[in-house]
Ligand binder design. Structure first.
Ligand code: F0G
Length: 482
């Protein structure tokens, strides 16, 4: 987005849209928020949305639609088979990515299920720059293993590295040598690495990594769920790409991969998913999974209205103005908090602003889930719902011990085109207050711990009465009614 100049002060991030439909927000008093957090087992996934002021849990399926997307929904063709909606979606994806073999799915993890089911065998290994919770769970459930080969620098919380999602090519070579190419099910590159802070991967790195994989006959898979932010970062941070259009960059990336999949809850501002398969035979071999697990081949479990909306959403993703706003708001949030001394994951990535919970709550041991505690505390102190992205989001080791996350974070997602700058300023203010009162926050322990993806539905309790003390300090500063 061209930077809009101001007469009286430095530029600020600008919304390149105007509001047409709104949803009223509710700010409960602090004592009610304390009660709601306790009822929700100190797990922000279990809160009711009506009790939340700023919902920054995720950018998944909660992005604002444009007028064009909404109006396209009216023309959805609901034929069970052969829906014209499907062909419009397929044609748009083919125009953008250059692949027309589309397997529609109900959301991103369904793509992961199908890809894993097709390629993973017991003991086979999947190479990734970094795992995502569901992408890993599908591999391990089938008896496979995930090797995360992101460059070591990508895991350093405070950094100026522009592409922290880059995979380490030396580690990839060593892995292929150790495992044997025939035991590697595929290489999955996540463009916009979610769990290390929405950090991008460079085009140059994707090119080298996929060339290396191909030279060993290894199938290359792109997780394009967070591609929109990654496209922005390639254009603004990768010198050799700055004169290319978003459409050109997208096509250059697509040309590197055998398979591209996406969650349309993120990519396309809608709800659904899809897999693009370059090879005709491979495409036909995978079709059966769609009819078995998702739906017929021309809807794959999606609502046709959503498919129409995402088809417009794909086109809007090619608009630099549209995709600039998320990363620019996030960078603003990260910059101000960083200047306030709050430990943030830097540089700002896509998806959301990420707080370094390990450093903020250095007095809380990893086994007591510092990110989980901090995210619960932030709901109590401001009605802001973020997401735990740390040890709680990991699965235990086979011997039952905790797998301590390499990066311990609270994620404050910025759903696209949803929040204004004043709302962002409110969040910044409450995070700073919480940081200044961090000594009041203690740890959590499980009272109900599911075996798989425990962060979604697990219930916890505080190890002491710290939430009450925190709420009292908050009320003393802002009043009982806030
Ligand atoms: N891949 C990535 C990189 C994701 O971020 C997600 C979802 C998925 C795959 C799975 O897609 O939710 O449609 O099944 N991320 C969401 C989040 C859940 O909040 O970050 P899905």
């Amino acid at each position: 987005m061209p930077e809009i100049k101001f007469y009286k002060h430095d530029p600020i991030p600008m919304e390149m849209h105007k509001v047409k439909i709104v949803q009223k927000l509710n700010l409960l008093p602090v004592k009610d928020r304390l009660a709601k957090m306790s009822e929700a087992g100190f797990n922000t996934f279990l809160l009711h949305n009506g009790d939340i002021f700023m919902d920054m849990l995720t950018d998944s399926g909660v992005n604002a639609m444009s007028d064009e997307m909404q109006s396209a929904m009216l023309r959805a063709d609901d034929a069970y088979a052969g829906s014209e909606t499907f062909y419009r979606m397929r044609d748009k994806l083919e125009e953008i990515f250059g692949i027309g073999n589309l397997l529609p799915t109900h959301q991103g993890r369904a793509c992961e299920h199908i890809i894993a089911r097709h390629f993973v065998k017991p003991d086979s290994c999947v190479i990734m720059n970094y795992h995502f919770t569901t992408s890993k769970a599908h591999v391990t459930t089938l008896g496979g293993r995930v090797e995360e080969l992101v460059k070591d620098e990508g895991l350093i919380e405070k950094s100026t590295l522009p592409f922290k999602g880059d995979i380490d090519l030396n580690k990839v070579k060593a892995c292929i040598e150790k495992e044997g190419a025939e035991n590697i099910a595929y290489m999955r590159l996540e463009a916009g690495t979610n769990l290390i802070g929405g950090q991008p991967i460079s085009y140059a790195n994707m090119k080298e990594a996929t060339e290396l994989a191909k030279s060993h006959g290894i199938v290359t898979v792109l997780d394009a769920s967070l591609l929109q932010d990654n496209l922005y970062f390639i254009k603004v941070r990768e010198e050799s790409m700055k004169d290319k259009s978003i459409r050109e960059i997208t096509r250059m990336i697509a040309d590197l991969f055998d398979i591209i999949y996406f969650s349309a809850r993120k990519f396309g501002f809608s709800r659904g998913g899809g897999i693009l398969v370059r090879d005709e035979q491979m495409f036909h071999d995978m079709e059966d999974y769609i009819t078995m697990y998702e739906g017929f081949l021309t809807y794959g479990g999606m609502s046709v209205k959503e498919m129409e909306a995402m088809t417009i959403g794909f086109e809007e993703t090619m608009d630099f103005d549209v995709i600039s706003q998320g990363p620019q708001f996030i960078q603003h949030c990260v910059d101000v908090l960083d200047a306030y001394g709050v430990p943030m994951i830097t540089p700002g990535g896509g998806l959301g602003a990420h707080i370094n919970a390990r450093e903020v709550l250095s007095h809380v041991p990893s086994e007591q889930y510092p990110s989980g505690a901090l995210v619960a505390a932030l709901y109590i102190c401001g009605g802001i719902r973020g997401m735990e992205r740390g040890t709680l989001s990991e699965e235990r080791n086979p011997d039952g011990s905790e797998r301590i996350a390499s990066v311990e974070m609270v994620r404050l997602a910025f759903p696209r085109r949803v929040f204004t700058l004043s709302q962002t300023e409110y969040v910044i203010d409450r995070v700073k207050w919480l940081y200044d009162h961090r000594h009041l926050v203690g740890g959590l322990r499980f009272v109900h711990e599911p075996k798989t993806l425990r962060f979604f539905t697990g219930r916890l309790e505080p190890v002491s009465d710290w939430p009450e003390k925190l709420a009292a300090a908050y009320a003393a500063d802002f009043g009982e009614d806030q």
